[in-house]
Ligand binder design. Structure first.
Ligand SMILES: Cc1cc2nc3c(=O)[nH]c(=O)nc-3n(C[C@H](O)[C@H](O)[C@H](O)COP(=O)(O)O)c2cc1C
Length: 191
């Protein structure tokens, strides 16, 4: 089982990237959670560039999503929404809509912010965007509030409640991915 982790923050010491790293430590032994680190290289969406041979960073992202059983997104809140670069990357991934790699893919959205609300608005925004793209968006929510205190000096998640919610979200994601894989495996192969 392979989960791709995408953080919406480009910042070196990003709490959201650390949230993805924390999730990678919480998966079961049969699951690998890999952090995708190519967000900064994705160019601005331009339909004129959206041709058969996509820009390298876009092709890499599309392939990474296609090769994963599920995707975990961690997003900060920027002005009550998601960071522009994350939205831009998703705009690239969404085309062509009918065959994009997120279509029917189980995805979970979590988030951290330094404020009191734990990026709940941006998580809701991201769920809306992912649903529009056709992903199978899970109901779970991990709102890591006051993130500066929620991680230690090494970037490890020490907020017990957020950790518990994250564990639950990851388990739900793995379960959804397993169910989808089983449904797609022909009975003759599964037997
Ligand atoms: C441009 C910008 C806009 C922001 N807007 C919000 C906001 O609307 N609500 C909020 O709770 N935090 C807001 N913040 C604070 C970020 O959520 C906080 O800095 C968070 O830690 C960023 O995530 P990161 O640590 O993963 O980089 C904003 C930060 C920036 C840079």
């Amino acid at each position: 089982m392979k989960i791709l982790g995408i953080s919406g923050s480009l910042r070196r010491d990003s709490h959201n990237t650390n949230l993805v790293r924390a999730a990678a430590e919480l998966v079961d032994g049969e699951t690998e959670l890999e952090l995708w680190e190519g967000l900064k290289a994705v160019p601005p969406y331009d339909a004129d560039d959206d041709v058969a041979e996509a820009p390298a960073a876009v092709a890499e992202l599309r392939d990474a999503i296609a090769g994963a059983d599920a995707v975990l997104f961690a997003t900060p809140e920027y002005n009550s929404s998601i960071p522009g670069q994350l939205k831009n990357a998703l705009d690239w991934v969404s085309r062509p809509l009918a065959t994009n790699p997120l279509r029917n893919k189980p995805v979970a959205v979590v988030g951290a912010s330094t404020g009191a609300f734990g990026a709940v608005w941006s998580q809701a925004e991201l769920r809306k965007v992912l649903a529009a793209i056709g992903a199978r968006v899970l109901e779970c929510e991990v709102a890591c509030r006051h993130a500066a205190a929620g991680f230690d000096e090494h970037g490890r998640l020490v907020d017990g409640e957020a950790r518990r919610q994250l564990q639950e979200a990851v388990e739900q994601l793995v379960e959804a991915a397993r169910a989808r894989n089983e449904a797609r495996t022909p009975a003759s192969v599964a037997a």
